[in-house]
Design a protein around this ligand. Sequence first.
Ligand SMILES: [Zn+2]
Length: 399
Amino acid sequence: MTASAPDTAPDRVADWIRLIEARYPARDAQSWDAPGLQVGDPRDEVHRVLVCLDVTEATLAEAAQHGAELVLAHHPLLFRPLARLTPDSAPGRLALAAARAGVSVHAAHTNLDAGTPGTTEPITDALGLDPATLRPLQPVAAPGKRKLVTFVPVEDTLRVLGALSEAGAGVIGAYDHCGFRVQGTGSFRPSPEANPHLGQVGSVNEVTEDRLEVELAPSDVERVVAALWEAHPYEEVAYDVYPLEVPDAASGKGLGRVGDLPEPRPLRWVADRVAAHVPAPHLRLAGDPDQPVRRIAALGGSGDGLIDAALAAQADCYVTGDLRHHPTLDARTQGLALVDAGHGAVEGAALTRVAAALTDDARHAGLQAQVVLSQAPTEPWATYRPVTGAHHPDDEEDR
Ligand SMILES: [Zn+2]
């Protein structure tokens, strides 16, 4: 009996991209985002992976110190297109430094926000929101659904719909044969080479047709279109297939969360819990500290963009970060209380969970590289407590 040698081949960047993608698929990212490998070569070896919020000089120094050849950053290093890779811009300088050091940089941003663990759990856990009431504040778009639209002479519509359904189109949840049709007028002029199903060759014909639409999965497009050509009576079939961006509530994935406290609490309780448990030492409050709140909307990171979603969800309070003056003021006039816990505070707390989850995933996948959580502070803000009163210490020497 011979013992097989353990697999000691080092991990590659590509192995880790696959691992990260399995937990945080790039398709869950917002359309404006830039997730994925930003610097590096998928074939490079990886012995350590540094998980951080921002790629800065300090995080690259940390990567070097740990011997990490891959940096997984929550905030993309390269976000806007660069015309040149030179040290003249911060992203150029850092990308160049990473490349020179042989360090790959991978970003998981809004796809990480939408996943589990995501960036909102530190808030929802701190508040103990009732799990039965928790749902995404903004569900991700349904993964790649398509819509097929075609135009059929009315007497053939039901037969064509039947054929499309048999090929897999028209399924919505627990329903199949789902379609919609509306009547209109189609026009065409057959050339002498044509062999039209109906109408006069050489003259413009008008026919009463149904516009028929059905949903389908991307994997079914080829089969359904083949069925359409088979079932449609026309020699030339007019049809469109286009991608849909429909919120997919069923996936449970999305930006932020909304849920209820088991019982109403004063706003100050919410602020204190978040400050203590996230922790969020630089927290700001907009609202009456004594007002009772029960439904809480939450989003780790920067929250201006989902204030409307918090209002639509009829939240009493929105806990997030990086709130600007005017959106906050507008939200206040609509009765929403707001807690700004800081952008980096909540996301930084979330990364501890992300690193632990990826460590687990790696063990199950048989990967060997170690995950290291960045300790380099990237929070640019600190709370300043001004010296007030008539005599300022710095004024002493002016006397
Ligand atoms: Zn962020």
